[in-house]
Design a protein. Structure first.
Length: 127
C-alpha cells in the first residue's frame, strides 16, 4: 500500500504539517470546498457559465438560502390565501350576525305586541 506524500516548497512534509498550515491560513477541514480535488480544476474550466454559477452558489451557501427563501415565500403565499379566505368568511358571519340581530329585535317586538294582543283579547272576551 502506497502512502500519501506531501511536498511544500519542494520539501517533504507530513500530513499534519500540511493540515496545520492550511488551518492557520483559515482553511478548515469542515468545509470541503476550500480544497479542490484533483481533476476538479479541469471540470471547472470546461463547465458552462450556468453550471459554474450553480457551483459557486452551492459553495457560498446561497443555493440553500434561495431554496429556503422560496419555501418561505410559498408558505407566505399560502398563509396570505388562507388569511383572505378567513377574512371573507368573517365578513360573511358578521353580516349574518347583523341580520340575525335585526331578526331578534323584530321577534322581541313581535312577542311584546303579541302579548299585548292576547291581554286585550282576554280582557275583551272576559267581559
Amino acid at each position: 500500500m502506497k502512502k500519501d506524500e506531501y511536498s511544500l516548497d519542494r520539501k517533504h512534509v507530513t500530513k499534519t504539517e500540511v493540515v496545520n498550515l492550511l488551518e492557520s491560513a483559515g482553511f478548515s477541514r469542515a468545509n470541503p470546498y476550500y480544497i479542490v480535488q484533483q481533476g476538479k480544476i479541469r471540470d471547472l474550466a470546461v463547465m458552462t457559465d450556468k453550471n459554474r454559477l450553480g457551483l459557486l452558489k452551492e459553495v457560498g451557501g446561497t443555493k440553500i438560502y434561495e431554496e429556503r427563501r422560496k419555501e418561505s415565500l410559498d408558505l407566505m403565499k399560502d398563509a396570505s390565501l388562507k388569511k383572505k379566505e378567513i377574512e371573507e368568511m368573517l365578513a360573511f358571519f358578521e353580516d349574518k350576525v347583523a341580520e340575525l340581530e335585526g331578526d331578534k329585535e323584530e321577534l322581541v317586538q313581535y312577542l311584546q305586541l303579541d302579548k299585548q294582543r292576547r291581554v286585550i283579547e282576554y280582557s275583551i272576551f272576559d267581559k
